[in-house]
Design a protein around this ligand. Structure first.
Ligand code: NAD
Length: 437
């Protein structure tokens, strides 16, 4: 069954993550297009299909922050709960000037399918503030975070909606959200956020989890291509933040050769492989990868089309489009970022036989260990890192293999298969619960 394209009335075609007004680059349009592709293969009731394509709740807030110079500035923040069918909603908070309501809606919808695919009892959510955090002092960043968190208090909670870090946010920002929420409640509530510092109830392994899960998926995909010797496998990684740098570090420790990486300022390339621990120190000192010794500086556009076996986009949406898809030379793409490939690029790459491990599968390691963190907080009983990595790897492998089996059974690409598995689980739970009232 094909459902007509039917976005909520405010869907914007002009405010997109990459500043382009083209509808194929609006992340929410991308998310809905992927949804429509996946439900075609599922024998679901029309009512269920219609229900799941809408975000459940959307919250927009305009709030003040007094800058260090004494001037009041207004900021806009969002939180979208796409689904609470399988449990409390879960999803990161993003600080970026590219944040828009449509971007947050898309990311919330992807969280719903990702949690369901990973088999964890959560729905999907996402939040964001339109701000470049690098332009704020530490005091301003704390003030912005605490005010946004205070505005979110009615919508978040350990039983209702649990934020986590995403682009532009980190463990310290989660600590300020946790503290603001706890001060309002009158007691400490560590389980209200995940990705917190260890000393206030964070989990070992959470910081590394997404990057590690990306590499676990890559290893599964490489088996399919009989590429089993890490030394013979070259990787290019776009984005060197939490996901990209941890994926690089783990892959490097396993013996894989990382030949190119980039961040928002540009990229570097060395066909013989980069010394990732030294690069991480360099980035900690200088704030970027460019200028790293023993590598050539290149542009982000050139990075994506470098010769390599595996390309890992780990920055943001819409990076692989119909413009650059024909020139991508990797055999395998493992999506560390959410929504890095447009549906048009998907078609081009699938036709060319490029094996794409989709975002909701490849980057699920973050939410899986976030789930472990939440369970540990609720039980006030903490696990060692070995237990966490073993369980993470098992859950990632299970999700990967179920997706591959679905792709083979229905003769569809891995993205459609992953979405089908996630969507089907939510649909079944929705039908079991029924429509209230
Ligand atoms: P981050 O802020 O830690 O890092 C983002 C990196 O991307 C930085 O190096 C930044 O310089 C770079 N970047 C930004 N725009 C770029 C551009 N146009 N070109 C090249 N590089 C660019 O963010 P993160 O947490 O690593 O998240 C990256 C992606 O992974 C996002 O799509 C996020 O939604 C997704 N993700 C993150 C997690 C997590 O646990 N952090 C989990 C799942 C998915």
């Amino acid at each position: 069954m094909v459902v007509a394209y039917h976005p909520p009335p405010t869907m914007s075609a002009s405010h997109t993550a990459n500043g382009s007004g083209a509808p194929d680059q609006n992340p929410y349009h991308v998310a809905l297009t992927q949804y429509d592709r996946a439900v075609r293969y599922l024998n679901l009731k029309d009512n269920t299909v219609e229900y799941m394509r809408y975000p459940h709740r959307e919250f927009t807030v305009n709030f003040p922050v007094v800058r260090d110079n004494g001037k009041l500035e207004m900021f806009t923040g969002y939180r979208v709960h796409h689904s609470t069918v399988l449990g409390p909603s879960k999803g990161g908070i993003r600080y970026s000037t590219a944040v828009s309501l449509d971007e947050i809606r898309a990311l919330a919808m992807w969280m719903t399918w990702k949690c369901a695919l990973a088999g964890i009892p959560y729905g999907g959510a996402k939040g964001g503030v339109v701000v470049d955090p690098k332009t704020l002092s530490l005091r301003e960043l704390e003030a912005l975070t605490r005010r946004y968190a205070a505005e979110l208090v009615p919508f978040i909670g350990p039983k209702s909606d649990i934020p986590a870090p995403d682009m532009g946010t980190n463990a310290q920002i989660m600590a300020w959200i946790m503290d603001t929420y706890s001060m309002t409640m009158g007691y400490s509530v560590p389980a209200v956020v995940t990705g917190k510092p260890l000393n206030i109830g964070g989990s070992l392994g959470r910081n590394e989890a997404t990057g590690r899960g990306v590499i676990a998926c890559m290893i599964e995909a490489l088996k399919r291509h009989d590429m089993n010797d890490p030394e013979d496998v070259s990787l290019v990684i776009q984005g060197f933040g939490n996901v990209g740098s941890n994926a690089a570090a783990y892959a490097h420790s396993l013996g894989f050769k990382i030949v190119g990486v980039s961040d928002v300022y540009g990229g570097i390339h060395n066909p013989h492989g980069l010394d990732i621990p030294a690069l991480r120190n360099y980035v900690a000192e200088t704030g970027g990868v460019r200028g790293f010794g023993g590598a050539d500086d290149i542009s982000n556009d050139n990075l994506l089309t470098l010769s390599c076996d595996v390309l890992i986009p780990a920055a943001m949406e819409g990076q692989i489009s119909e413009e650059n898809a024909p020139y991508i030379r990797a055999e395998i793409i493992v999506e560390g970022a959410n929504g890095p490939t447009t549906p048009e690029a998907d078609d081009i790459l699938n036709d060319r036989g490029v094996h794409i491990v989709p975002d909701i599968l490849a980057n699920a390691g973050g939410v899986i260990v976030s789930y472990f963190e939440w369970v540990q907080d609720l039980q006030a009983f903490f696990w060692d890192v070995g237990d966490i990595y073993t369980r993470l790897e098992k859950q990632m492998q299970h999700a990967y293999r179920s997706t591959e089996a679905t792709a083979e059974e229905y003769n569809v690409d891995m993205r459609t298969a992953a979405q089908m598995l996630g969507i089907r689980r939510v649909a079944e739970a929705f039908e079991t619960r029924g429509v209230y009232p």
